[in-house]
Write a protein that binds this ligand. Structure first.
Ligand code: GUN
Length: 342
């Protein structure tokens, strides 16, 4: 699949009807193949980046690489997921991971444990799986019950099997610009930016959210040196968080060429906060009550309908970073199976 097919139609560029203010954004390389420029002439709205279509591309590449790996006599990659308790969201995420793994030829298993499992039992199980030659990649789905220390669990997974990239060694290597297993959500954001052709060198980026598994690794990837062993984005990155006053957040986002939001706050980013033509990447996952249907619905952290009228690029929720995160997890599973890092 050509990269450009992950974007909405862009006949505007061909027809010359795109306002001058948006030309710079439109003329970015990957997003603007000659066959399919990235913006609708009629709406003059942001290019909506389809994470679903980009994920299909990545999954196809992973599937091809898995087949090639096996064709040389290697073992089929195998992903083991430990799932503790009955958190419905966790069960859904894990199901999605397992389904996608099967689609690309990666075998997998879920080890289900009750929420009252002791930390000791969980750690013992992890240590055994670390030594199990059948298992190429291992993850423990988070969050864990309160009596279990997540950091201890993440650090017990062997770094070379740590498909989440949450082990202190992988995080440390990420922070030192060394090759490491990159947490899937951060890898997804990076891949979306790169495959869309959004420039990062010298650009202003705001990352709203400083979580160790999402905001921090995204910030690391984007601000670090493009010529280092693990190349970064060479951007100027501002990290904001719950103690950043809203008016300060707005000052930062108004200057940003790229806004990445992983805060878990619906409509945190509104149109007045965004610079015209900016790229807006929404990592938010919020389940809210929809008064129209009476059911819950999934929304991100961005006021999508309004912000898309001003942004140059925008990712939707659902269908943006989420599917790419699953695809990048499977890419990580292949990386660990091939022992490309350790
Ligand atoms: N819970 C939410 N996201 C993740 C993830 O990327 N990995 C794990 N292990 N748990 C999660």
């Amino acid at each position: 699949m050509a990269a450009a097919s992950a974007f909405s139609s862009c006949s505007a560029l061909r027809s010359g009807s795109v306002p001058l203010r948006r030309w710079r954004t439109l003329l970015l390389p990957a997003a603007c193949s000659t066959s399919s420029p990235p913006r609708s002439a009629a709406s003059d709205e942001a290019t909506i980046i389809s994470g679903t279509k980009l994920a299909e591309q990545v999954l196809k590449e992973v599937q091809r690489d898995v087949e090639s790996w096996i064709s040389f006599g290697n073992k089929r990659p195998h992903l083991t997921v430990i799932l503790v308790g009955d958190n419905p969201a966790s069960h859904t995420y894990v199901r999605n991971k397992i389904k996608a793994a099967a689609a690309v030829g990666i075998s997998s298993e879920i080890i289900l444990r009750p929420k009252d499992i002791s930390q000791e039992e969980l750690l013992d199980m992890t240590v055994k799986l670390n030594k199990d030659a059948r298992v190429s990649g291992l993850l423990v789905q988070l969050p864990l019950p309160d009596h279990i220390d997540e950091r201890t669990v993440c650090n017990t997974i062997a770094p070379e099997k740590d498909v989440d990239g949450f082990h202190i060694m992988n995080i440390g290597r990420l922070c030192l610009d060394q090759p490491s297993i990159i947490p899937a959500t951060a890898a997804a954001v990076w891949e979306i930016i790169k495959r869309t052709g959004i420039q990062t060198l010298g650009k202003n980026v705001v990352v709203a959210g400083r979580s160790k598994h999402v905001g921090m690794p995204i910030s690391m990837l984007l601000h670090t040196d493009g010529e280092h062993e693990r190349p970064g984005g060479d951007a100027t990155v501002t990290i904001t968080h719950r103690h950043t006053p809203k008016e300060q957040l707005k000052i930062h986002t108004q200057l940003a060429d790229i806004v990445i939001v992983a805060a878990g706050i619906p409509k945190l980013i509104t149109t007045d906060m965004v610079k015209e033509g900016a790229a807006v990447i929404d990592v938010g996952i919020n389940h809210i009550h929809d008064p129209l249907t009476g059911k819950t619905k999934l929304v991100g952290d961005v006021d999508f309908e309004e912000v898309k009228k001003k942004a140059g690029f925008i990712t939707p929720v659902p269908g943006g970073v989420g599917p790419m995160t699953v695809a990048m997890l499977l890419k990580n599973t292949l990386i660990v199976a091939k022992k490309l890092i350790y």
